[in-house]
Design a protein around this ligand. Sequence first.
Ligand code: CP
Length: 305
Amino acid sequence: MINLKNRSLVSITDYNKEEIIRILDIAEEFELNQRQHILNQHVIASLFFEPSTRTRLSFESAVQYLGGSVIGFASADTSSVRKGESLKDTILTVSNYSDLIVMRNPLDGSARYASEVSPVPIINAGDGANQHPTQCLLDLYSIRKTQGTLENIHIAMVGDLKYGRTVHSLVQALSLFGATFHFISPDSLKMPSSVKTWVKKAGLEYHQYTNMKDVMPMADIFYMTRVQGERFPDPLEYEKVKNLYILERSMLKDAKESMKVLHPLPRVNEITQDVDEDPRAYYFQQAKNGVYVRQALLAAILGLR
Ligand code: CP
């Protein structure tokens, strides 16, 4: 029996394979019939201590399509955090005003902490370089929709594999489905050992590369990432690596017809504009899928599906 009611989602590992599939199935339902007013009389708090376009607005869009109300802030600057209020006091206060809290915070582990002190469920909308489980679910939804399956895909992950929280969550989730991983990054931005150990423990293979060319013909998914300049302790190190991987349309000539290019966005220089015209570009549809997946999560956690 799958029951996600009142359960916080902090890490993608909080869900097992059946629970992940359940969310994707509910999301399909919302893709077919998006405007269902099942959140009447529910209030969702949206607390973003770090910038966001897609995650914040797609959550708010999801709430509104479901007929609920949103309160919150888009920057810590407009909250009492600026006066020195602690995260615990902020969460305890906001939980008085809402049925569920969506939170993005720059500190690794902050979402887990919030879930431990909060009387209402917390959905982690990204905590530092740690986890971004709702992005992971929309990535899985996009992969299943375009490839017809989540089982045994070859996925290339490119760019900032060290600080990019979306790839950490996605590796953990795809490990449940038997993927082969192709990690493409400079030495200084390699996938962390803890994530590679996860792959090994699942009995799966990963391969590491420094260029994209060798992987292009075998990939089902090319997952590009932005180099996360804001997380580098040394700005000079960021300057050295920020433009190392730029996907251009001409480079897709060796790719499968069915291959899709994903990117959690925002992009800076990682994908040239000409790729947008290629049928394998899927990153804007991927962002759209985020609304259906977030509708599914809200409905499941509030016990309405
Ligand atoms: N993918 C993603 O998290 O985008 P935002 O930072 O715009 O929310």
